[in-house]
Design a protein around this ligand. Structure first.
Ligand SMILES: [Zn+2]
Length: 381
């Protein structure tokens, strides 16, 4: 077919713009924060031990990447660009529209689990440095803190909740974020993928990321003999009273590209996402509500914090999620209901319920009617 000279020339060319290996960890579609460009990430195993970060700016190739990962097919990527890597020395692989993914017969080494997707035990996690990726853990939830917290991230209020996870080697604190809150139950076991480590005061803990997947599993091995894990939490107290002041803010997030919308006019029917630029119905944006209320009980006014999951949970139960379109709708509802039953831990509301008015107002009426009926009956007799 081709002469040896020509083949040599091709090889030189290949060194520059082609790379072979196995595809790992194909990510979801992401949108660049600055320029709004769509891309996805993957890892390319380029030798037995080495992995390179890959960024692909061609959405139509994502299916082929996913297929190659699933089948563990050796591949050759053509017309790639080598970019200086953030983690020094090595290079990252950039693929564009002209890049081709070709399945080849072999690459001279075999498929191997990437360090990023390897399963880690809790004692291994504790020994890791901060800001490292944790591929998979299989754990039992041994404690979920009662109260969640709202923290500000890039101008938006995001909810976070602490829980503790355990396996045969120990337990680690896990920080849950937004959508993952309420997904795990104490005493249940889960397989979690794509977490990350953080460090606080010398101890390592785990945090979920926007790529985290949580799947409930059968009880993890040895769970019955796990050390009983106790976390001392402040007492939860229940009060009955009314809400006299409220300030509830609703943050909106694009469900397509996950961008927080810093400006949002809920009075109009449609809103254009500030990042992905897609025009969408206003109610298609994900709402996160939080704020504070002044709660009055026996002339004692308490300033309380209310988190998104508490508000959402209440509105969901009452079939009033539509109120979330605007903070003032929620505020007005909180002020309109006469009597509330709130459970608080320190000054954070952990549950809010409407006290049924039937209990006080309808009883005397019922009695009156019953009395009148009885009178009527006796008259007739
Ligand atoms: Zn968007």
């Amino acid at each position: 077919m081709s002469s040896p000279a020509k083949k040599l020339k091709t090889d030189v060319f290949e060194d520059e713009s082609c790379i072979s290996g196995f595809i790992h960890n194909v990510s979801a579609v992401r949108v660049g924060v600055r320029n709004g460009a769509k891309y996805f990430n993957a890892l390319l195993q380029v030798s037995r031990e080495e992995f390179r970060h890959v960024v692909v700016f061609a959405m139509e190739k994502r299916t082929a990447f996913i297929q190659a990962e699933k089948n563990k097919s050796p591949v050759k990527l053509t017309r790639i660009k080598r970019r200086v890597s953030n983690d020094g020395g090595k290079f990252d692989v950039q693929c564009g529209k002209s890049t081709e993914l070709l399945v080849v017969t072999e690459v001279g080494f075999s498929f191997r689990e990437s360090p990023q997707s390897a399963k880690k035990t809790m004692s291994e996690v504790k020994a890791m440095a901060a800001r490292q990726q944790v591929g998979t853990i299989e754990v039992k939830i041994c404690h979920v803190e009662v109260a969640s917290e709202m923290v500000e991230i890039m101008g938006a209020k995001v909810e976070t909740q602490t829980c503790y996870v355990q396996d045969g080697t120990g337990q680690v604190k896990l920080q849950l974020w937004a959508g993952q809150i309420g997904q795990v139950l104490c005493g249940h076991s889960y397989r979690m993928r794509n977490l990350s480590t953080r460090e606080y005061l010398g101890s390592v803990f785990l945090t979920t990321t926007r790529n985290t997947e949580i799947v409930e599993t059968k009880e993890v091995a040895g769970a019955s003999s796990f050390v009983q894990f106790e976390v001392e939490e402040e007492q939860v107290t229940t009060y009955i009273g009314s809400i006299v002041r409220a300030e509830i803010a609703v943050s909106k997030k694009c469900t397509k590209c996950q961008a927080w919308q810093l400006e949002f006019n809920s009075a109009v029917k449609f809103h254009r996402c500030q990042r992905c630029k897609l025009l969408q119905k206003a109610e298609y944006y994900q709402c996160t509500a939080s704020g504070r209320v002044a709660f009055l009980q026996d002339n004692n006014e308490m300033d309380l914090t209310v988190t998104n999951s508490v508000i959402s949970c209440y509105l969901e139960k009452e079939g009033m999620r539509h109120l979330l379109i605007e903070g003032q709708n929620v505020e007005e509802h909180l002020l309109t209901v006469d009597t509330w039953k709130v459970q608080i831990q320190r000054d954070v509301v952990v549950k809010i319920e409407k006290v049924a008015e039937t209990a006080q107002s309808e009883k005397p009426e019922d009695k009156e009617i019953a009395g009148a009926m009885a009178a009527l009956e006796s008259e007739e007799m």
